[in-house]
Design a protein around this ligand. Structure first.
Ligand SMILES: Cc1ncc(COP(=O)(O)O)c(C=O)c1O
Length: 407
């Protein structure tokens, strides 16, 4: 049972301070099982299905480890994500690299550790070969415009991602010339997509273009599944049907790179009301979380549902704002809210691209992360301290700089 009730949340806020992220692992398990069972019909059709959790959504090591324990692999995009995955006891065979503009260092590591990797340009095929890669997949751009915001649509004609469909033959030839085996095909069309239709169209573009698809090892159909639509989970039925209908054309292994779907609903962000302030034109409910803590509203205009705890008073209309000195630091505009100084404002569905997009802007320490797992509540990551934020400054150079600069 989810435990996002005011008694528990107030206790967490009192014990760990605010702002604070709070994750209920049972909700991650539920979402993983939903994807797993949605694709089980494909398993019955003879395919091996593997879910790679896209850790960019939330790279908390406890969450990564938990999804590994449920049977997921990890989809990673950077050297940092690779280092963190290995530190979180993932084995290289659990990993899939699907980035763009891949750094030489990451290509070398993928080669040395024999990690599955998808290359998304002729240039990265050449660099990959130089880095010692012997096998890889190709990321294609199936040209499907989909995603909750233009910033997360990755398969448009203007996208930096992937190789155009008409370039597939040339890419295949580049693999041959460089002595690389082609293991699979990958695409990822965007994020926060609410229906199967764009995924079905992307699959059909790929099946039409990739003449040798069934002879490869895998097809990686990417991520992008919305965590919910109007409170209902994403319905995978039409996508799975389409994969089954095309199963003769497909390789034996189908990979899914879900991020948001698995973790978005698992987590809430707790913040405390610092003040309720009225000007001649508006009323503001000011909270101690700002856009450095949860950036999705500023970045994508995402409106996260919220509720308040600790205020039984009458509702009034106000803007819900943070403490960052920018007029854009607004979570909701002109909402109906009951709040007073000290009450809690709790934002839902912040498990994906919440903490992972947070920053230290305004020299603000990142929040703590708390978990509920098997009825136990514990600290996963402590709140940063201000001193930690400037521990990377070279204070030794600063001392000598101070002597020179103060002359
Ligand atoms: C290559 C790739 N795979 C998977 C994902 C996960 O997307 P989502 O969190 O929407 O499932 C992303 C996110 O942008 C991505 O770039």
């Amino acid at each position: 049972m989810p435990i996002f009730d005011c008694a528990t949340l107030t206790d967490i806020a009192d014990r760990f301070g605010t702002p604070v992220y709070f994750t209920d692992f049972s909700l991650i398990q539920e979402k993983f099982q939903q994807v797993d069972s949605a694709f089980s019909r494909l398993k019955n059709a003879g395919k091996r299905v593997k879910i790679f959790y896209s850790i960019k959504a939330n790279s908390n090591p406890f969450i990564m480890r938990y999804l590994l324990s449920l049977g997921a692999g990890l989809d990673i995009l950077s050297e940092g994500e690779l280092a963190l995955s290995l530190r979180s006891k993932a084995s290289p065979s659990d990993l899939m690299i699907s980035g763009t503009m891949l750094a030489e260092e990451l290509l070398s590591q993928a080669s040395g550790l024999k990690i599955k990797i998808n290359l998304d340009s002729l240039e990265s095929i050449q660099r990959g070969a130089r880095a010692g890669l012997k096998r890889a997949g190709i990321r294609l751009n199936p040209l499907i415009e989909a995603g909750h915001h233009e910033k997360v649509r990755t398969a448009t004609s203007a996208s930096k991602f992937g190789i155009a469909l008409e370039g597939y033959t040339i890419a295949k030839e580049e693999f041959r010339k460089r002595g690389l085996s082609l293991d699979g095909i990958h695409y990822h069309i965007g994020s926060g997509i609410e229906t199967c239709d764009p995924f079905v169209r992307a699959l059909s573009q790929i099946c039409r273009t990739v003449d040798n698809l069934s002879q490869l090892k895998y097809l990686d159909i990417g991520g992008g599944y919305a965590s919910s639509k109007g409170g209902k989970p994403f319905d995978f039925t039409n996508l799975v049907n389409s994969l089954i209908e095309n199963s003769d054309l497909l390789p034996p292994e189908i990979y899914i790179e879900a991020g948001r779907y698995l973790v978005a609903n698992s987590t809430v962000l707790l913040s405390r009301v610092t003040e309720v302030k009225s000007t001649s034109r508006r009323t503001f409910v000011g909270i101690d979380a700002g856009f450095n803590d949860m950036m999705r509203t500023v970045l994508y205009g995402a409106e996260h549902p919220f509720f308040t705890c600790g205020c039984a008073g009458k509702k009034f209309r106000a803007d819900l704002v943070g403490p960052i000195c920018e007029s854009g630091d607004v979570f909701r505009t002109d909402v109906s809210i009951a709040a007073k100084e000290g009450s809690l404002v709790v934002f839902h569905d912040v498990g994906a691209y919440g903490y992972s997009l947070s920053s230290n802007y305004l020299t603000r320490p990142r929040p703590a992360e708390i978990a509920s797992y098997k009825s136990r509540i514990f600290l996963m990551r402590k709140r940063q301290t201000p001193a930690e934020l400037f521990s990377d400054v070279s204070w030794k150079s600063f001392s000598s700089f101070l002597k020179q600069a103060s002359r």
